[in-house]
Design a protein around this ligand. Sequence first.
Ligand code: NAD
Ligand code: WQD
Length: 359
Amino acid sequence: MSKGKILLTGAAGYIGSHTWVELCQAGYEVVGVDNFYNSERDVVERIGKILGREVLFEEADCSDLQAFGKVFEKHPDIVGAVHFAACKAVGESIDKPLMYYRNNIVSLLNLITLMTEKAKAANIVFSSSCTVYGQPDEDHLPIAEDAPLKRSLSPYGKSKQMAEEILSDSVIAFPHLKVCALRYFNPIGAHPSALIGELPRGVPQNLVPFVTQTAAGIRDHLNVFGDDYNTPDGSCIRDYIYVVDLAKAHVKAIDKLVGETEVHPVEETDEPTYVDAAKTGRWYIYNLGTGRGLSVLELVHGFMKATGVNLPYEIAPRRHGDIEQVWADPHKAERELGWKADTPIEDVLRSAWNWQKTL
Ligand code: NAD
Ligand code: WQD
């Protein structure tokens, strides 16, 4: 028997597709929604292939309230949503701020409206990002959820900060709404089946797709952006998390929200209440990372060791806007969700390479 119907927006995308598989394998019925703005149609078929059965999919644009609303008319039994649908390229967001705010914010407003008005239960898991922390002060590393948020340096990052504000205000206003915001660090790798993975359009901006394309001979070398940072080998440090481990955290988050029967309404008073959303007991934030920082050079050498493939690279100037170092304190997710990212980095890098070889 199904554990309940879950709506997955951005389901054909990189993280969405991996989460689709994990949610179905955990016993949920999933309705995927995507407008294929940044993904390929055949991902839906590939999900079916991995699962060995047909999947439920509705093509719709989440920023179009009417079109998105039709999904809820067709599926009135939705008990939770995982909201991935968004534009995600930091650089592009600086050139096209309105497109980013329109897509990322309007889609979220529509989701909250429809989940609170039309769904059977209003549980939302939201894709946030470590980008909300900006460059953390050194004494805040590894970074925990209660660290101060710095002013974001891009419309993309600001859209994630705004989204968290919108969601936490909504939790206060709607006593039946429960939300879990997941702050991802750097997702990498691909499904062990090599049927789904990251599909960058054009020249990849992120490190691992650039690494695998260089190893495949599509790019002649990798530029390592900066070796003069204040880190042990001079290159930047990040927390690279396996996308399948990340996908599994969404199952835990949905289990938590859907499984909790008790709701905690804000205490009723004559005056409108505006309190800290966390006090409602229906607003959760978790970092999703490994808790280990890896430098760019460590990742480059780790890739060569794990795959046995040569990776030509050159040290290049720093990339504008890069954060020197950031990695997660993931203990809250471990304590409260019972989740931990434990796939060894060699296996993760090999999965990225196996996926690249299919492209
Ligand atoms: P992705 O681009 O691969 O997937 C997003 C999917 O959403 C795509 O399939 C796209 O077609 C779809 N989409 C976009 N706008 C839509 C709309 N209006 N209606 C319907 N579908 C729409 O990106 P991803 O890497 O899988 O990221 C998923 C989420 O996680 C995003 O919200 C992103 O901001 C967030 N995130 C990603 C990373 C990362 O490094 N990949 C890190 C932190 C947070
Ligand atoms: C990682 C490291 C680069 C490419 C971005 C977003 C962030 C989040 C995750 C969504 C950096 C270095 C890269 C290359 C390199 N996404 N690099 N050569 O910048 O940590 O984060 O993705 O929420 O918001 O900003 O990831 O993969 O671009 O870079 O040396 O060709 O690799 O300088 O140190 P980043 P990234």
